[in-house]
Design a protein around this ligand. Structure first.
Ligand code: NAD
Length: 333
């Protein structure tokens, strides 16, 4: 397996005819736009219908030019969506229900329990949770808890292909295959996490980096801008193609990873990293907020998003060029 290949043996693809989005904020709307580009009908539910409607309309406007470049499904229709305040009606006939309410365990349990009661037992329910384990999410689902899985995406969901699929001990391989097929049908790259764990794989890694960044700011070692420069002009460029492990294999020269571990292994024992996060004091919060505002230099979030999307669209093509196994990704969107 390399960085561009999903890790499921079964590569079945099912494009959901209708997807229900529950919680239509940044991530819910991102799923909705991705699903529209794949040719699905979207029914979105939110407790704040009007804001959700405006947010989704805006996100479609922002994202569609990038998605056209990536390649739309033949039947993609950017108007094939509605937002409702009726949860049962939203989920009843969906082929896939994706939950994206705020990251609070009790709230998610309540919402997932309601979805569980309103759907057929074989309808897949995915949760976008960044860190909660599926066994905890499904604790209140008395109907068919085994089809509740984590389907953790990355922002912007409409462009980034990775989705981490995590099941609990109650989840059968058939449900994991069903999840992979449906997410593949939305043009995604499923990464099945073998065992449930808080933070899954990617957020566990990102959190470690984020904690170190906060320490560097807190200790007065670096500004937010300097930390971002260290990622953008160095490690980040390599990560987008090869990730951490294969990148370090090359760091060992001809002898590869073994030599790299011999050379840099001792450093693992040095106190380079702290990992436990610093206290979020008002001073630290101000430094991080003011630092990133300075970096934004008056540009709005919308302007920065447009720049990011244009960049990611080209970057994805470059990754596909250098990982030939990834070819065809655009065809599946
Ligand atoms: P958000 O605050 O942007 O959106 C949450 C939405 O849920 C809001 O529109 C809110 O009105 C709605 N909501 C609140 N209570 C509700 C209820 N009871 N029923 C239906 N809708 C309700 O949050 P977000 O950033 O989109 O995060 C949503 C989920 O996605 C979280 O679990 C988060 O961990 C996960 N996630 C976030 C990111 C990210 O980068 N933001 C990335 C991956 C996963």
């Amino acid at each position: 397996m390399n960085a561009a290949v999903d890790n499921q043996d079964d590569k079945t693809t099912i494009v959901p005819k209708r997807i229900a989005i529950v919680g239509s904020g940044v991530i819910g709307c991102g799923w909705a736009v991705r699903a529209l580009a794949a040719g699905a009908e979207v029914v979105a539910y939110d407790t704040d219908v009007e804001t959700a409607r405006q947010r989704l309309a805006r996100m479609i406007d922002t994202a569609w030019p990038s998605l056209e470049k990536r390649g739309l499904a033949a039947n993609a229709d950017r108007n094939n969506w509605r937002v409702t305040d009726d949860l049962e009606a939203a989920v009843a006939d969906a082929d896939l229900v994706q939950e994206n309410v705020p990251e609070r365990l009790e709230l998610k349990q309540t919402v997932l329990s309601a979805i569980d009661g309103a759907t057929a037992p074989d309808t897949l329910i995915g949760s976008s949770t960044s860190g909660i384990k599926p066994s905890e999410l499904a604790a209140g689902c008395g109907h068919a808890p085994a089809r509740v899985v984590v389907g953790h995406p990355f922002n912007p969901v409409y462009l980034l292909p990775l989705v981490e699929i995590v099941g609990s001990s109650a989840t059968t391989p058939a449900v994991i295959d069903q999840a992979g097929a449906l997410y593949r049908g939305l043009g995604m790259r499923p990464l099945v996490v073998q065992r449930e764990i808080e933070g899954h794989i990617a957020d566990r890694l990102m959190e470690a980096l984020w904690r170190e960044a906060l320490h560097l700011v807190n200790d007065g070692v670096a500004t937010t801008e300097e930390i971002d420069a260290a990622v953008v002009y160095g490690a980040g460029l390599r990560w987008s193609l090869m990730g951490t492990c294969l990148t370090f294999h090359l760091a060992g020269g001809e002898a590869g990873m073994r030599h790299m571990l011999e050379q840099f292994g001792p450093a693992l024992k040095l106190p380079w990293t702290k990992l436990e996060a610093p206290e979020l004091t008002e001073t630290l919060i101000d430094r991080v907020v003011e630092g990133t505002a300075h970096q934004a230099a008056g540009r709005s979030v919308a302007e920065l998003e447009a720049r990011r999307d244009a960049f990611l669209t080209e970057l994805l093509s470059v990754v596909e060029k250098y990982w030939p196994e990834a070819e065809g990704l655009a065809d599946r969107i």
